[in-house]
Design a protein around this ligand. Structure first.
Ligand code: NDP
Length: 316
């Protein structure tokens, strides 16, 4: 687990903009579990953070100075130069916020990469369809809570898992048919068996470890597993062993990992589909907000002890 002394808040000197760049006052910053992986000096799908250089990540803010004709001062934008209050970014690294009547931070959550992860992981990777029984772990988290709601909107039976009574209640209020408190007394594999009497057709994995093992134990023939994340292992020093892994063979389970960036070419499809669900009026867009740049490491570390309901955000 990272510690506070791994982080440092530093003032850097201002610099002039070059042609094609904009200066952005950030208003909302995203903290995400994948950032933990970037703290390991290993090759992965995103490069590791560099020591003594600013961290980065998703952010939403407003252009306050511009040398890019199509991004005038006042434009509200989403970009990847987070973990700072002010950013200089080339125009090509910036997305204008769409003209939708939602708070701007929604574009770091349900209407942004978080929502896209849920949408494509469930519908494209796991090929979930009406009538399927879907199990989703970290169901009270940013991605998980959107998965629950998409699955319900599309006629699936949903089993979620979350840590603690309050989160369990909240996931139920999102429409989940059964919710397991994985921190409760009943072992997860037993609790899932009791919730999924007819087995599961889809597992949306945010956690790995015991959750993945329990899903293997109760998977139906031809079940599809979308492996989105394995937060249980991000700070672990020991690999987990899976007791039920061999069920992959007998039950012909298809296990597919994915990265949301695989679906960047299909943003329009996501915006259309998710827009319809949000416009339906029942969608719960929950967020946990920590105030102040200096508290960003706290917000980030809080992801690993379940401090958030819905999307964890930092407000400046
Ligand atoms: P969340 O909002 O879900 O935050 C993390 C949550 O995970 C916590 O609130 C906590 O909830 C739960 N958690 C933390 N540690 C454990 C543990 N050891 N065992 C079980 N649950 C735990 O984060 P996101 O929605 O942003 O991300 C969810 C997952 O999706 C992550 O694994 C992330 O890496 C992955 N991801 C993958 C993407 C991709 O492209 N493949 C894109 C975005 C996210 P609780 O209180 O219930 O324990």
């Amino acid at each position: 687990m990272p510690v506070m002394t791994d982080f440092d808040l530093r003032d850097l000197p201002q610099r002039e903009l070059a042609d094609g760049e904009v200066r952005i006052a950030n208003r909302w910053l995203s903290v995400d579990p994948y950032m933990r992986g970037r703290m390991n000096d290993v090759k992965s799908y995103v490069p590791p953070f560099q020591l003594d250089a600013p961290m980065d990540g998703g952010a939403v803010g407003e252009v306050i100075e511009s040398k890019a004709a199509d991004l005038p001062v006042g434009t509200r934008v989403q970009h990847m130069a987070g973990w700072r209050d002010e950013a200089i970014v080339p125009a090509k690294g910036v997305n204008k916020l769409p003209d939708i009547d939602l708070p701007e931070q929604a574009f770091l959550g349900a209407l942004g990469l978080t929502g896209m992860t849920a949408w494509f992981g469930l519908l494209a990777v796991a090929e979930a369809k009406a009538g399927d029984t879907v199990f989703v772990s970290a169901a009270a988290g940013a991605v998980g809570s959107v998965v629950v709601q998409i699955a319900k909107a599309k006629g699936m039976t949903v089993i979620g898992s979350a840590g603690g009574a309050e989160k369990v209640e909240w996931v139920r209020s999102l429409g989940a048919d059964h919710v397991i408190d994985y921190k409760g007394d009943v072992p997860l594999v037993k609790a899932l068996g009791a919730a999924a009497l007819d087995g599961i057709d889809v597992y949306f994995d945010n956690v790995g470890g015991d959750h993945l093992d329990a899903a293997l134990a109760h998977a139906n023939q031809g079940a599809r597993f979308a492996i989105c994340g394995m937060i249980d292992g991000y700070n672990a020093s020991q690999p987990t062993s899976l007791r039920y892994l061999m069920r992959v063979i007998a039950a012909r389970i298809r296990i597919q990992g994915f990265i949301v960036s695989d679906f960047m070419g299909r943003i329009a499809e996501f915006q259309q589909g998710m827009g319809e669900i949000v416009a339906g009026g029942n969608f719960q867009r929950e967020e946990t907000v920590v105030e102040g740049l200096e508290n960003m490491p706290d917000a980030f570390l809080g992801l690993f002890s379940g401090q958030n309901k819905g999307k964890m955000l930092v407000k400046l």
